[in-house]
Design a protein. Structure first.
Length: 299
């Protein structure tokens, strides 16, 4: 009787493994198709935007030519007609062209950001043991100009080594530290604290600041593509944190933000300790993993 139960359990396990393998294969195929679609659409959109920009410039040249022609004959027009023409040629049309150019530039930045994400997703990750104190030092050195301009104090706590893709971690820390710098508070000296710790089967890292903070309503949405929070006068395409989340997820990790307006923010992310090369290359772009599933707190 016991042998029969064991056989049934083994059969059930084998069937489950087959189903998991089939679904994993389907997800991989969907993921690859999604990456191809994103890249092709972004590339094609960019070409059309370049055309829009070119035609807008040609239209501006045409308006200048029309203006010169009208200047030669406007004496034959009534004062009202001249005023109407001048309003259209000197105010309305330049305003509309400026709007077109601004919109095209904004869309080009968004398309470029999508292409960057698609390229990053398709890049093969190369795990290695990384001395994180050295990596963070290199990142802060690369950001030294803006750190110095904002008079930012960098505090580095314990940073455990981790096995991960070096390029990805450089991008993650560069984005998080850069954000902490540009969203610093004018009311106090900016202090950015960077550290990490090991817990269970993951290694955690955090970047904490005493900046302007983020509304609790936005601490999850800021990881969505093109989503920005806080001071929108700060230049940016709303892509940085989406890229950070994507890179963290490819390391089978999670990321979250704890923040309070007027106090500051803390971004905490994890890297799984038992990753292998295959896992690092197969985290799907379409994954819906919750960015806030791991605990973190503001010190």
């Amino acid at each position: 009787m016991l042998d029969k139960v064991v056989v049934q359990l083994e059969d059930a396990r084998d069937n489950l493994e087959v189903r998991v393998h089939e679904r994993t294969s389907k997800l991989k195929a969907i993921n690859e198709e999604l990456k191809r679609f994103t890249y092709i659409m972004s590339h094609d959109l960019r070409n059309h935007l370049v055309n829009f920009n070119g035609f807008a410039e040609e239209l501006r040249f045409s308006v200048d030519a029309v203006t010169e022609t009208i200047d030669e004959v406007k004496q034959s027009l009534t004062d009202e007609q001249q005023a109407t023409l001048e309003e259209h040629l000197n105010e309305d049309i330049p305003e509309y062209l400026a709007y077109i150019n601004t919109s095209v530039d904004q869309m080009k930045r968004m398309v470029d950001a999508m292409l960057t994400l698609a390229r990053m997703e398709s890049r093969q990750l190369e795990p290695e043991v990384i001395e994180m104190r050295e990596l963070v030092r290199e990142v802060t050195t690369s950001l030294s100009t803006e750190i110095r301009e904002q008079d930012v104090q960098i505090v580095t706590n314990v940073l455990p080594s981790v096995k991960a893709d070096r390029f990805s971690l450089e991008r993650i820390f560069t984005n998080l530290i850069h954000n902490a710098v540009i969203y610093s508070s004018p009311e106090r000296q900016p202090i950015i604290t960077i550290g990490g710790y090991k817990d269970n089967e993951s290694t955690y890292f955090y970047v904490q600041d005493n900046g302007i903070g983020i509304s609790s309503d936005d601490t999850t949405a800021i990881f969505d593509i093109f989503k920005r929070a806080g001071d929108n006068s700060v230049a940016g395409d709303g892509m940085g944190l989406a890229l950070v989340k994507n890179l963290v997820m490819r390391h089978r990790g999670t990321i979250r933000c704890d923040s309070q307006v007027g106090v500051g923010s803390r971004f905490t992310f994890s890297i799984a300790d038992d990753l292998d090369n295959e896992e690092l290359s197969e985290q799907p772009l379409a994954s819906k993993q919750n960015a806030g599933s791991q605990p973190a707190s503001v010190n």
